[in-house]
Write a protein that binds this ligand. Structure first.
Ligand code: ARG
Length: 462
C-alpha cells in the first residue's frame, strides 16, 4: 500500500533503481512503534505550545492510534514505495486526517525523527538485553550453588594447572556477564537524552519545548547541541560494541562447552533438547548450539566495524550514508536476544558430570604448586629453589606413572630431605583447592562468598 508523499523539488518519478538503493522502508519498518510513539509526543508538545490546535492534535492522536492497529493487524502492510517508515506513516496519517496530518511535521525533520526513533529502539533493546543477561547470571548462580565442591582442573594454555571447583569456573562467566550488564546500563544512561526538536540541524524558529517531549518519551533531558544530535550515532555504536563484547564472552563459554562435551572430556552433557544429530553418522550428538553462538560472534563484530567505517569520514550533519546504520544494529540486537535466551536454556538443562571432572584432576600434578609453597613456608627456601625441587618431584612422579599426590613421603624425601611429614595432607587436590583462600580465590568458602555477592547484586537490579 503506497501512501507516498510527493517531494517539493523533484518533478519526475524516481527511477526504480534509485528507489531500490534509496528506500529504507523494507528494513526500517521495524521502527514503526517508535515512530508512532515519537510522533505522538511531538504532536502533544506542538499542541501544548499552541503551535497546532487541539482539534488537529486530537485528529493526529487518533489517526496514529488507528495506524498502529492497522500495522499490527496487517491491514497496513508497509510494503509500498514510500522512502522510509517516517514517510509511510506520515503519508497514511494524511490520507486519514488530511490537513492535521500535514501539520505533524512542523518543527521537525526526518533527521531528528530518525535519530529519535532509532535511539528509542536502541534504548528499549538495551534494557531487554540487560534483563536477559541478569537471567543468565541467575542461572549461572544456580549451577554454581550445586557445584561448589565439584572439582575440575583449572587450566592455563589449555593445560591442567591447579584444581578449582566448577562453581568458581561458571562464576567467572557470571562476572563477565555482570560487567556486560553494567556496560549496557551505562550506555543506557549516557544516551538517555532526547533528540526530537533538533529539526534538520540547527533547531527551529517555532516556540517548541523540548523538555515536554523528553519527559513524555522517558528521557533524562533534551540533548545539548542539535548539530551533534542529528549527526550522532554513538548510541548505535555503543550497543554494537556492547553486543560484540558480550558475544565474545558467550563465544568463550561456548568453546568450553564444546570441548567439555567431547569424548575426550565428557565433563558436561548437553540435553537432547540442545543437541543435534548427524545426517549420516547415527551415533553422533553434536553441540550445534554452542557452535552457532561461537559463530555468530563473527557477524556482530562485522556489524560493529561496518558502522564505525560508515561514520568515520562524514561531515556534519546528516548524510544519507547514515541510513546504513540500521540493518547491522537490527541484526546484532536480534542475534543478542536469541543467543542469550538459547544460552540460558542450554546451561540450565546441561548435566555436569562431576565424577569425570574430578577424575581429570588426577592428571597433570595439579597440586605441584602446593609443594613449592610448602617448602617456602616451612623451610624458608626462596620460591625459585622450591620451584626446582618440586620440578624434580614431578619428574619422579612421571617416571613412576603416578600423580604427585600419589607419591609416598619416602618418595618425596628421596628428592629433598627438607620435605617433612606435614606435606602429605597438602598434596591433595581438594586440600589444594581449599587452600586458595585469598580474596576472589577458588576455595569453596570463597566461592560461596561470590555466590552470595552475585545474589545480592541480582536482588538490587530488580
Ligand atoms: N531513512 C532515513 C535514514 O534512515 C531517514 C532520514 C532521512 N533524512 C533525510 N534528510 N534524507 O537515515
Amino acid at each position: 500500500m503506497s501512501t507516498k508523499i510527493a517531494s517539493a523539488r523533484i518533478s519526475e518519478k524516481s527511477s526504480q533503481l534509485l528507489q531500490d538503493l534509496n528506500n529504507s522502508l523494507p528494513f526500517d519498518k521495524v521502527l514503526y512503534k517508535e515512530d508512532i510513539e515519537g510522533s505522538r509526543a511531538h504532536a502533544y508538545m506542538l499542541c501544548e505550545q499552541g503551535i497546532i490546535s487541539k482539534e488537529d492534535y486530537e485528529q493526529i492522536e487518533s489517526g496514529l492510534y488507528e495506524i498502529l492497529g492497522e500495522i499490527e493487524s496487517g491491514t497496513f502492510l508497509l510494503d509500498g514505495d514510500d522512502e522510509d517508515i517516517h514517510m509511510a506513516i506520515e503519508g497514511r496519517l494524511t490520507e486519514k486526517v488530511g490537513d492535521a496530518g500535514k501539520r505533524l511535521h512542523t518543527a521537525r525533520s526526518r533527521n531528528d525523527q530518525v535519530a529519535l526513533d532509532f535511539r528509542l529502539y536502541v534504548q528499549n533493546n538495551t534494557k531487554a538485553i540487560a534483563a536477559l543477561l541478569a537471567e543468565n547470571i541467575e542461572t549461572f548462580v544456580k549451577v554454581a550453588e550445586e557445584n561448589t565442591e565439584t572439582m575440575l582442573p583449572g587450566m592455563t594454555h589449555l593445560q591442567h594447572a591447579q584444581p578449582i571447583n566448577f562453581a568458581y569456573h561458571i562464576l567467572a562467566y557470571a562476572s563477565m556477564f555482570k560487567r556486560d550488564y553494567e556496560r549496557f546500563m551505562a550506555s543506557y544512561e549516557r544516551n538517555n537524552y532526547s533528540p526530537i526538536g533538533c529539526a534538520a540541524l540547527a533547531g527551529t524558529p517555532h516556540a517548541i519545548d523540548r523538555q515536554i517531549t523528553s519527559d513524555k518519551l522517558g528521557f533524562n533531558a533534551p540533548t545539548l547541541n542539535c548539530l551533534d544530535t542529528v549527526s550522532d550515532r554513538d548510541f548505535a555504536l555503543e550497543i554494537l560494541f556492547n553486543i560484540s563484547t558480550m558475544m565474545m564472552h558467550i563465544s568463550r563459554l561456548s568453546e568450553e562447552l564444546i570441548l567439555w562435551s567431547a569424548s575426550e572430556f565428557k565433563w558436561v552433557t548437553l540435553s537432547d533438547r540442545h543437541a543435534t544429530g548427524s545426517s549420516i553418522m547415527p551415533q553422533k550428538k553434536n553441540p550445534d548450539i554452542p557452535e552457532l553462538l561461537r559463530g555468530k560472534t563473527g557477524r556482530v563484530n562485522g556489524n560493529l566495524i561496518a558502522l564505525l567505517t560508515v561514520m568515520k569520514g562524514l561531515p556534519l550533519a546528516y548524510n544519507k550514508d547514515m541510513q546504513e546504520d540500521k540493518e547491522g544494529v537490527f541484526d546484532s540486537v536480534r542475534t543478542a536476544l536469541l543467543s542469550l535466551q538459547v544460552l540460558n536454556e542450554m546451561v540450565a538443562d546441561m548435566t555436569v558430570n562431576k565424577e569425570q571432572m574430578e577424575a581429570a584432576c588426577m592428571i597433570g600434578h595439579l597440586c605441584a604448586t602446593d609443594l613449592a609453597d610448602y617448602l617456602v613456608k616451612e623451610s624458608g627456601l626462596p620460591f625459585r629453589d622450591a620451584y626446582h625441587i618440586t620440578g624434580n618431584v614431578v619428574n619422579l612422579a612421571e617416571e613412576k606413572g603416578v600423580d604427585i599426590s600419589e607419591l609416598s613421603l619416602n618418595d618425596l624425601q628421596s628428592i629433598d630431605s627438607r620435605i617433612g611429614e606435614g606435606v602429605v595432607a597438602l598434596l591433595d587436590n581438594r586440600a589444594s583447592m581449599n587452600a586458595r583462600l585469598s580474596e576472589g580465590g577458588t576455595a569453596t568458602v570463597r566461592t560461596l562468598e561470590q555466590v552470595e555477592s552475585l545474589k545480592l547484586w541480582l536482588e538490587k537490579q530488580k
